[in-house]
Ligand binder design. Structure first.
Ligand code: NAD
Length: 332
């Protein structure tokens, strides 16, 4: 069995982490035919757009992509490649696991959380305008369909992954219509999953509890804005951007990528930590049904980090991106 996967190296430090992740996937023995595709600012000159049609078609054909980060210049008309991909493929579920690895210095041990963030609605739909010259309005649009599918995704994920608890994060005490609907739907759907414990939390209280007792949480399901903030908080709890993978799951495609950006300050220096990209590739293999290879990668990463001999600079070591990937491959 061979899978076809679209490979988007991205720009900045993206190609370095994606090359490392690709080598690790290949070392698992799972047969993948990579279809390389391009995205990012450099494509504008060549194609007139940062997201060429060829790239969109490749993802559409293959249904799965492994993607590196793409720089989004500030203050130009450049539309974010990530936002465009979310819209085109209706990537409604952004899944961000945050787990502590022995050997990485963090405030807490044994954190194993997953944030399931709604990825298409809420204030991120970008429905905003000026009201005269001195006021601006942004509309928070949340639909029943959007709430139902993300909440159901979170419960199904919890069942599939053998997790115990789902917490719905909201601000329904203030936003009684939008977040109120999200919470009502979560309570209804929770009844269909009696094997999964369910509770809810107001987002501000949630942030405080997460930094005090992260061990109390398991799967967090959030509307878009809260999910964006809470998932970065969770990344910080487990050691930062270099360690946190993500999956963007949609109706017509799935895109796996590290949550960090293109890290232009260290691009080309071979010192970026490829862990987040390697773990994103592990999530991709699990999505393809290659559970063993996915688990093997996670175990190999855990072994290398906990041994502490081959770590990139952000983890306190001196290893290059490639040396870290080599160590993971050796551990596999
Ligand atoms: P960033 O994540 O690129 O970098 C923030 C800091 O963290 C930098 O100092 C960087 O060197 C460091 N860092 C990030 N990842 C690291 C890793 N794996 N190992 C070691 N150090 C790491 O964030 P930024 O500087 O705000 O963004 C840079 C560009 O990336 C922007 O144009 C932004 O729009 C884009 N971006 C893209 C994505 C994406 O494509 N998914 C996500 C976030 C940001």
């Amino acid at each position: 069995m061979s899978y076809k996967v679209t490979l988007i190296p991205g720009d900045g430090s993206g190609p370095e982490v994606i090359a490392a992740a690709k080598r690790v996937v290949e070392a698992t023995g799972v047969a993948i035919q990579w279809e390389q595709a391009e995205a990012g600012a450099a494509m504008i000159e060549k194609y007139g757009t940062p997201l060429p049609d060829e790239t969109i078609e490749s993802i559409r054909r293959n249904g799965v992509a492994l993607k590196g980060p793409v720089t989004t210049p500030v203050g130009t008309g450049f539309r974010s490649v990530n936002v465009a991909m979310r819209k085109i493929f209706d990537l409604y579920a952004n899944v961000r696991p945050a787990k502590t690895y022995p050997g990485v210095i963090t405030r807490f041990e044994n954190i194993d959380l997953v944030v399931v963030r709604e990825n298409t609605e809420d204030l991120y739909a970008g429905i905003e305008h000026m009201v005269g010259e001195d006021a601006a309005e942004s509309i928070k649009l949340i639909t029943r369909k959007g709430c139902e599918r993300i909440i159901r995704y979170a419960f199904d994920f919890a069942v599939r992954e053998g997790r115990k608890k789902v917490t719905a994060v909201h601000k329904a005490n203030i936003m009684k219509c939008t977040d109120g609907m999200f919470l009502d739907i979560a309570r209804q759907i929770a009844k269909e999953y009696p094997q999964i414990e369910f509770n809810d939390s107001i987002v501000d209280a949630m942030c405080m509890r997460l930094v005090m007792h992260p061990e109390d949480y398991d799967v967090l399901v959030c509307p878009n804005l809260y999910g964006d903030i809470v998932s970065d908080l969770c990344a910080g709890l487990v050691g930062g951007l270099g360690l946190t993978p993500s999956a963007n799951i949609g109706v017509s495609g799935a895109i796996f990528e590290p949550i960090h950006g293109s890290a232009p300050d260290i691009a080309g220096q071979h010192k970026i930590n490829p862990t987040a990209a390697i773990l994103s590739a592990s999530l991709m293999l699990a999505h393809l049904g290659e559970a063993k290879a996915a688990a093997d990668i996670e175990q190999a990463v855990t072994k290398v980090i906990s041994e502490g001999k081959t770590l990139t600079q952000d983890m306190g070591g001196t290893a290059s991106t490639e040396e870290f990937a080599d160590a993971v491959i050796a551990a596999l």
